[in-house]
Structure formats: C-alpha cells, structure tokens
Write a protein that binds this ligand. Structure first.
Ligand code: HAM
Length: 424
C-alpha cells in the first residue's frame, strides 16, 4: 500500500463541509471589504521567494521544496502567497488600477517543516493583500476584516489580536535597533542556545522568537524595538491603534512579535489562540512597504495577512459544516431490471438538471436490498419502477419516513418530485 507523504493530509468528505464553511465565510467577508479573487500558480521561480521572503529566513534556508525542472530552471513550490501575488501585480500592471488594489487568494502552500499537530508540509492559506496605500486606517481595516471573519465563524471570542510595529528600514529606525540588538545578543551569547547565537548574526530579530526556556531570561531583557521607533513609525502605529479602537477591535501590543518573513515594516499582527498548543498562530500578517519595489515593481506600499485554514478548521465544532447534506442524494430511484433502468434514466437526468440530487440503482438487485440502501443513504423518497409499472408507464413514489406510496405517470415524475419540494 502506498501511503501519503509525511506532513501531507487528505481532507475527507466528513471534514470538507467545515472547509466549505470557512471558504464561504472568507469570500463573503473579503468581498464585502472590496477584495477581488486572484488565482495564482503553485510554483514560481525560486529567485522570487529568495528575494521576496528573505535569504536569511528559515523558510528560504530550510523549508522550501525547490527543484530543477527538466530545462534546468530552479523552481519552488510556493511556501506562501504574498510573493507570487506581488509578482502577478507587477507582471500584469495591476498597479494602474484605483488604489488600494485589494486582492485575495485561497490555496495550498508547501513548507518542509517538522510535522506536528497544526503544522503540516502541505497546508492551506486564505491570503489577503491591499496594495498601493500607506494610510494607517488601511492597517486597521485589514485587521478588523480578519477579526470579522472569525466573528462570522463564531470563533472571535477564542482568539486574541496581537499587534506590534517593526519600524522601518528606510527611515533607519530598524537598522539602529538591529545594531543595538546584535551588540546585546553578542554580549549575552553565553546565555543563548546555538540557534539564537546563529540568528544573532544572520537574522537577529528572529532570535527574539526563540521558545527555549533557557534563552528567555536573556531575550526578555533584550532592548525593545518600541523604544527605537522613529517619529513617523511611532505616529503610524499610534494611529493604527486609534482606528482599531474606533472599529471596536480589541487588541494587545506584543513588543516581541516578530514575524518569520523578512519583508515586514511597521505594523505586524497575529491572531493567536490558547487552544492549539505550540502552533498558536491562526493568522499573521503586516505591512511590507518596500517589497513591491524590491521585486522589480513600482514603489507601492502594501499590507496583508494569511490565515492557516487547517488551524481554523480544527477550532470549529463538528456540527459546523455546510454543504454535505445538500449534496447527499434526496431521491433514490430503484429500477427493477434492465428495461426499467433504461426507461427511468431520462427522468433521473431531468431531476438532476433541476437541482435534485438523485441516486439510481443498476436494476440488478432485489427491491428489499435496495430499500435498505435507501435507508442508509437517508433519502426522503424512493422511486420504484418494476416491469408492471413500466408497462403502465408509471412509477411508484414512496416516502421513506411514513412509508406511504402512490403511482405517478413517468412523464409527470419530475414535476411530482419537485412538488414535494424540500422533502423530495
Ligand atoms: P505566516 O505567518 O508564515 O505568514 O503564515 C500565516 C499562517 O499560515 C500562520 O499563522 C499559520 O496559521 C499558517 N501556517 C504557516 N505555516 C504552516 C504550516 N506548516 N502548517 C499549517 N499552517 C501553517 C505568511 O505566510 C505571510 N505570507 C502572510 C502575509 C500576507 N503577510 C502579508 N501578507
């Protein structure tokens, strides 16, 4: 037997209903805020992610599915959606559209991480990006929309919104902080794990994210970025928080919130839960004002987030699925014999064309067994056509619950079943 690859999961029909509910809610909420769907390729040139996400990040260093295709070009399965979406924005000249250009996309992402509960190698994101607008009111609107999605899913009370400002490269506040932080981390290297010491040199802000208890005393006393923010970044953050308050979005400032991708500046945020153990981030995002330019586009700012769908689905109660019932057969047609099967097929097709889900027997089983199957399928009605009925041009329509049955002309079968409406 060939099993699925480690860290990769099937979404079985019993779960798919919850996925549909999340996807439907996302589309409704995002579209209400003016976002349009964009569908993107699953793989891109490797260079896009190396440049976009950052050479020094864990994602680029250790987690990408990268391979040479048959022409020798290096391509990578997308580990996230932002870089590809911006590539499309630049490539198709979408920056000429009225700003902010608001786009969302849904789909699978790939990261070679150590699989554990809530962490997979193929996982799914709902990704949202608003491009070409740097107003702090947009930062707040994006966060409020994320919270609205979870309110719609009935999960808002189980999540907390954490926000932070990472300052800016261009204004110089983050480089100043980085210098200070590196000096501090080097001076306290003895109290840090191997990985933190390595990060201190390569990607110092990420060191703050280390979860090892032995590193916490040093990291907790590290200089905080907030104290280094320049006047513009300070104002932007304060205004973002004012708009969040005006929108009624409760949030906490989390000075240690650093993200795993290098492109962020200023506002960053995460939606976290206490219910999923170590993988506590349900969604994360932030502003990336220099990224579009870095990827060869215009100097447009941008902000966005991605939601981890597996983690959302895990929080939803089992009852919270949609769609499976409406697709389960509502009518089971039981022809008895080959001639009856052929005689009744057009009616089954006509019913399906009118939106009724129909299951048709093959005509080769005994009536008792077919009725048993109808019971297991949970259909409302069965249509029985035996030789005698066929000769009279009729079918028997039987309501499963009450057991009552009546004869209906084959030519009137579709209308008769439709007339039974929701009970069909
Ligand atoms: P990220 O924080 O790397 O951000 O991922 C966003 C969310 O995807 C996480 O909060 C988590 O819920 C989910 N996720 C990430 N990795 C895994 C995994 N291995 N298994 C299951 N779920 C996972 C980004 O990807 C950015 N592109 C978000 C963004 C968009 N920033 C601006 N625009």
């Amino acid at each position: 037997m060939i099993r699925s690859v480690r860290g990769v999961h099937d979404i079985l029909p019993a779960e798919a209903g919850k996925w549909r509910r999340v996807e439907r809610a996302a589309r409704e909420v995002f579209e209400a805020y003016g976002y349009e769907e964009i569908r993107l390729p699953l793989f891109e040139r490797t260079e896009l992610f190396a440049r976009g996400i950052g050479e020094a990040t864990d994602i680029v260093q250790k987690e990408m599915y990268t391979f040479d295709d048959r022409s020798g070009e290096s391509v990578t399965l997308r580990p996230e959606a932002t870089a590809g979406l911006l590539r499309a924005y630049i490539e198709h000249g979408l920056h000429v559209l009225p700003k902010p250009v608001k786009l969302y996309t849904l789909g699978a992402m790939f990261r070679y991480e150590r699989p554990q509960a809530g962490r997979y190698r193929q996982f799914h994101q709902l990704d949202v990006e608003a491009l070409g607008d740097e107003h702090a009111a947009l930062d707040a609107e994006v966060i409020a929309m994320l919270v609205e999605l979870f309110r719609r899913l009935g999960l808002a009370d189980r999540l907390s919104v954490e926000v932070n400002s990472l300052g800016d490269e261009a204004s110089g506040c983050r480089p100043r902080y980085r210098t200070e932080l590196v000096a501090y981390l080097r001076a306290h290297a003895a109290g840090l794990c191997e990985e933190c010491r390595e990060r201190a040199e390569k990607n110092p802000l990420r060191a703050l994210d280390c979860k090892r208890p032995e590193c916490r005393p040093v990291l907790d006393r590290a200089p905080a970025l907030g104290a280094f923010l320049c006047a513009d970044c300070t104002t932007h953050f304060a205004r973002t928080r004012e708009y969040l308050a005006a929108l009624g979005v409760r949030h906490v400032v989390s000075p240690r919130l650093v993200r795993g991708l290098d492109y962020y500046v200023r506002t960053t945020f995460e939606l976290t839960t206490a219910e999923l153990g170590a993988q506590n981030a349900i969604a994360g995002g932030g502003r990336y004002d220099g990224l579009i330019k870095l990827l060869g586009g215009p100097p447009d700012p941008g902000i966005g987030f991605a939601v981890g769908v597996e983690r959302v689905v895990q929080l939803l109660p089992d009852a919270d699925r949609e769609g499976s019932a409406e697709h389960r057969a509502r009518v089971f047609v039981i022809p008895l014999g080959e001639a009856a099967l052929k005689g009744v097929l057009p009616a089954a097709t006509a019913l399906r064309a009118r939106g009724v889900a129909v299951e048709v027997g093959h005509g080769d089983r005994k009536l008792g067994r077919e009725l048993e199957r109808a019971g297991r399928l949970g259909v409302g009605h069965v249509v029985i056509v035996g030789e005698a009925e066929l000769e009279r041009g009729e079918a028997i329509v039987k309501e499963m619950k009450s057991g009552t049955q009546r004869a209906v002309k084959l030519g009137e079968l579709v209308e008769a079943l439709l007339a039974l409406g929701g009970r069909a």
